[in-house]
Ligand binder design. Sequence first.
Ligand SMILES: Cc1cc2nc3c(=O)[nH]c(=O)nc-3n(C[C@H](O)[C@H](O)[C@H](O)COP(=O)(O)OP(=O)(O)OC[C@H]3O[C@@H](n4cnc5c(N)ncnc54)[C@H](O)[C@@H]3O)c2cc1C
Length: 392
Amino acid sequence: MSEPTLCRAPVVIVGGGFGGLYTALALSTIHDHPPILLIEPKERFIFFPLAYELLSGELQTWEVAPKYNKLFTGRRIGWLRDTVATIDIKSKTITTVLGQSQKFGQLVIATGTRLETFNIPGVREYAMTFHSLRDIERLQQLLKFVREHPDKNRRIAVVGAGPTGVELACKLADLAEGAIEIDLIERSNQLLNSSRAFNREEAQIALSKRDVRMRMETKVLKVRSDTIIMSGPDAIEEILPITKVVWTAGLLSSLPIISPNPPIDKYGCLECSEELQLSQSESIFVMGDISSVATSKQFPLPKTAQVAFQQAELVCANLIAQRKRLPLEAFHWNDLGEMISLGIGNASLVGAGLTLAGPSAFQIRRLAYLTRLPGLSHQLRVATSWMLSESY
Ligand SMILES: Cc1cc2nc3c(=O)[nH]c(=O)nc-3n(C[C@H](O)[C@H](O)[C@H](O)COP(=O)(O)OP(=O)(O)OC[C@H]3O[C@@H](n4cnc5c(N)ncnc54)[C@H](O)[C@@H]3O)c2cc1C
């Protein structure tokens, strides 16, 4: 880098999810680190892999979704609770929805994904997502209502049989205690398309045990307030009465306006080098679900917390290396395996030499995630709470 002022210029991080938050936390541990400003509109970080346990009440909100101000206590991380509207690459300035303007020395873009509706009518209006604390609260209210007013004709349709759809369908089935029918709708011919065969088989067993109706090769054509219209493998249209549709079928990258327009791939993700730098500007790093490292042998990387978490370490190291004018490192994803929850107290996992399903897999999964929670003090608080809890 040739800019003489870089030493004092702040690192601005846009988005406080797995990529952005963990980059900020890693940077804050470095002696004499540059000023760090995280811009994130939400009050709480959500550790998504444990969202199902939050839905079921197996874990508490403060454990799975700690507040940013708590996570930043004792650390020199500035937090602006706002949404970035524009990024101007030439003037190295961002502006926010609330009208703030901020110059950056280095920028990290980690804004994640939002709902992809594939332009299917009614999805935006009537379907809910499983992507926020508000979604979890709404589902909890719905479950409470159906348990108190059981009616076999009620039905929840979960659309998308990827990990989120499968994990959610299992948990919903356990929580509904038979008071509602659950349908899992998937466009392709199998669930968990990109998962390990063992996890796929265990998921199949768990869903069947819970009487979740799996509708493969089924396309959603329209969602209304009380029905979903689908076309199955025989291409015959079916109208199914539903109480609620939960949409987990598609996610689209969520980006502020960037000028000049950066190169994006066919999924709307920002193309970047293996060092995770935007091609137009070496001082802008992109990571997590919105990054597309097309030159990597591992392309396309999965859109997972595991990848974002590992990228955070690299981005932190590269931000510092760039300031010291040292060579930057390329990102190589270390596949640590896959763990999926399959209902209350049950999980399946493949990784670290283990292939395991059932309650012991559930406990190992929880412990593995404990070590991934943001910041040591939060990990210790949660560990203490689990040790004191009788259910653990
Ligand atoms: C229910 C669920 C379960 C999951 N389970 C797993 C799992 O078990 N294992 C796994 O590896 N992965 C899992 N994932 C995927 C994983 O959570 C994502 O891959 C990961 O969160 C991506 O990290 P990210 O930093 O790119 O984006 P995110 O974590 O989504 O963070 C993006 C952040 O940017 C903020 N933001 C967006 N736009 C702006 C803006 N313009 N200005 C400022 N801030 C902005 C958002 O508010 C958000 O906080 C799960 C996802 C979901 C939804």
